[in-house]
Design a protein around this ligand. Structure first.
Ligand code: FAD
Length: 320
């Protein structure tokens, strides 16, 4: 199904991000992991990231098509502008042939070692252009999502002409609106740990007329090294009390994981209490923390409510 139709039906949704494996054996392991998680947790949909280094989309597509066909879960495939337009058109055609109905349209990061994004030869400049390409080539066939940044995209921060001020945030918001106006159906945010900032961002989007469904992206803290690396790379604000708590237990992996689950549950509860209804999780292909978070939020369907994995998917829960 197109995910926008699931959103339109109402109710709480849960989605899980995975990144693809690099080899055939890795794909088999990943599929086993996804099968275990989707059977128990019955997410509304899963997403699969795109790697800028991809020259061939076959493994990525194989995972996506398998999850959809065999596990009965809708799949949203991420796609970036790293390829020339003609290759993007081929990838989109193959997605369609494989029965994929949902695409997350992204620009992508500059290649490693480069500060600035420059389009490849015959390529696109930004995600707005990719949304337009999808609509031009495929009309309404795909449901199209785009990315948003509750703390503004780092390139807006880094722009020397635009200090991290209201101005930079306003510009970022205008560009998000451009992406939505170009024909995207919903929004997934970058991960964050400061829920106040997310809620403020959500309010500013609504005030700016961005009414597409917003899925807050949350990455449970699973270990100290990963947390330190990703928050530094994405310049993510971490509330001082959370940072202090994580640092205190940094050498104890189990304690870090437990703290990560507690923080995720508290964050999700606040978002749901503020009227949010769609939760998106960056899983890092790991199941324990996500399972614990969804259990504590009471968002895991009971065994007797679970559909057989081969049955057609649908929203597995309704909490409103
Ligand atoms: P855009 O929306 O195109 O914006 C990029 C920058 O260009 C912004 O600073 C924006 O303000 C600026 N800009 C936009 N329009 C214009 C314009 N008209 N003129 C000038 N500047 C403009 N990366 C991957 O490689 N693979 C993935 O699978 C992946 N998945 C992601 C999933 C999510 C939910 C998120 C939040 C990010 C993901 N990323 C992924 C990272 C993403 O590709 C980077 O953050 C990238 O730098 C920006 O992508 P975008 O689609 O947000 O770009």
């Amino acid at each position: 199904d197109r995910i926008r139709e699931v959103h339109a039906a109402g109710g709480t949704t849960v989605s899980l991000e995975f990144f693809p494996a690099k080899t055939s054996k890795g794909v088999d392991n990943l599929l086993a992991r996804i099968e275990g998680m989707t059977f128990r947790l019955r997410p509304t949909f899963v997403t699969l990231t795109w790697r800028s280094a991809f020259t061939d989309e076959l493994l990525w597509l194989r995972i996506g098509a398998h999850v959809q066909r065999e596990f009965g879960i809708d799949v949203l495939l991420h796609l970036t502008c790293h390829l020339p337009v003609e290759d993007l058109k081929r990838v989109l055609r193959r997605c369609r042939e494989a029965g994929i109905r949902n695409i997350l349209a992204l620009r992508g990061d500059p290649p490693i070692g480069q500060d600035k994004w420059t389009p490849c030869e015959g390529g696109l400049r930004n995600a707005v252009e990719l949304v337009r390409l999808i609509r031009e080539e495929h009309g309404d066939y795909f449901c199209v999502a785009v990315a948003a940044y509750p703390e503004a995209h780092t390139e807006c921060w880094n722009n020397p002409d635009l200090p991290p001020s209201e101005k930079a945030r306003d510009l970022d918001l205008r560009r998000l609106k451009d992406k939505v106006d170009a024909g995207s159906d919903f929004i997934i945010t970058q991960f964050f740990y400061d829920v106040d900032r997310y809620l403020e961002f959500d309010r500013r989007c609504k005030a700016a007329g961005i009414t597409a469904e917003m899925l807050p992206g949350y990455m449970p803290i699973q270990n100290y090294r990963g947390f330190a690396k990703f928050t530094k790379w994405c310049k993510t604000a971490v509330p001082p009390e959370l940072m202090e708590a994580v640092r205190e237990v940094r050498d104890n992996d189990e304690a870090v994981k437990d703290l990560g689950v507690d923080d995720a549950v508290a964050a999700c509860r606040r978002i749901l209490a503020a009227g949010g209804r769609c939760l998106h999780f960056y899983t890092m292909n790991l199941s324990a923390s996500i399972s614990a978070v969804l259990d504590q939020l009471d968002l895991v369907p009971k065994a007797h409510e679970r559909e057989a994995p081969w049955a057609a998917s649908g929203p597995a829960r309704s909490k409103d």
